[in-house]
Design a protein around this ligand. Structure first.
Ligand code: CA
Length: 268
């Protein structure tokens, strides 16, 4: 999502525990293990990194935000090459994406309350499958699915919205909090992982692992050492991109990062 300097300063002030000090919520693990030693891949500049993997190794679909510049694109993470790209209308700000088992790519829009649909293989528009939605804040941030009829949507609040994947109707809302009962706000990019939800939290470098029934954070993976802020490219923002591969390794990246990383979570 886009922010002004003023609002980012306010949000930073509101963020009581800076995400870099390891005391964000507690229960923090720094035990993330890289799958291939320190394998990192150079990637083309990613405007907004909401990512999903395809069936083919290293082929990742990304959404790129910003009004007037938005698109969905298929990228080879081994080479950084953009293989396909479909622009979206200027009036939409691209946010989270989810690729269904049926090969439909859904794209949330930030404030436009419209979910856009694409063919997941060709990235051609499927306007016949577009739909409108409502969330707690009225915004759309991240989306993922369990592959068993439910979609999970974040909107920048501490709620996960559970939708019926067929009707797109809301089934329930899950309030996300730590085991100490502290609400976890700014839930952003989401990824389904072994029956749980992995979530980036906006403006931090962690991945939260959330129990989708209770909303309680089961574990926090601290990734601030993966790509330390002082080593990042100048434009880079926070971590904002999780895509699970077939073997449960993850690609992770961030807004405007010049790299993506292949990691394996520990504990798995
Ligand atoms: Ca994802």
């Amino acid at each position: 999502m886009v922010i002004t300097l003023a609002s980012s300063l306010i949000l930073l002030l509101l963020w009581i525990s800076p995400p870099t000090d390891g005391t964000l919520i507690g229960e923090v693990s720094e035990t993330t293990v890289l799958a291939d030693g320190t394998a990192s891949k150079p990637i083309n500049s990613v405007i907004t990194a909401e990512i999903v993997t395809t069936d083919e190794e290293s082929l990742v679909i990304e959404s790129a935000g910003l009004y007037g510049k938005g698109d969905v694109r298929m990228v080879n993470y081994d080479t950084g090459e953009v293989l396909k790209k479909t622009p979206i209308l200027d009036k939409y700000f691209a946010e989270g994406i989810h690729l269904t088992e049926d090969g439909v790519l859904y794209l949330l829009t930030w404030k436009e309350r419209t979910c856009l649909a694409f063919d997941g293989a060709t990235l051609e528009e499927r306007r016949d499958l577009n739909f409108e939605y409502k969330t707690h804040t009225g915004e759309g941030w991240g989306i993922t699915g369990d592959g068993q009829g439910k979609l999970y949507v974040s909107d920048g609040s501490n709620f996960l919205h559970v939708w019926d994947a067929g009707t797109k109707e809301e089934i329930r809302r899950v309030e996300v909090s730590t085991s100490q009962g502290r609400p976890v706000r700014f839930l952003n990019e989401l990824e389904w992982y072994r029956g749980d939800i992995l979530a980036n939290v906006w403006y931090s470098d962690v991945i939260m692992r959330i129990d989708v029934e209770t909303g309680i954070v089961k574990h926090i993976y601290d990734l601030k050492k993966l790509y330390p802020k002082k080593e990042r490219n100048h434009e880079a923002d926070c971590l904002n991109g999780i895509a699970k591969m077939a073997n449960d390794d993850l690609f992770v990246t961030g807004k405007l990062f010049d790299k993506a990383f292949r990691i394996r979570l520990d504990p798995e």
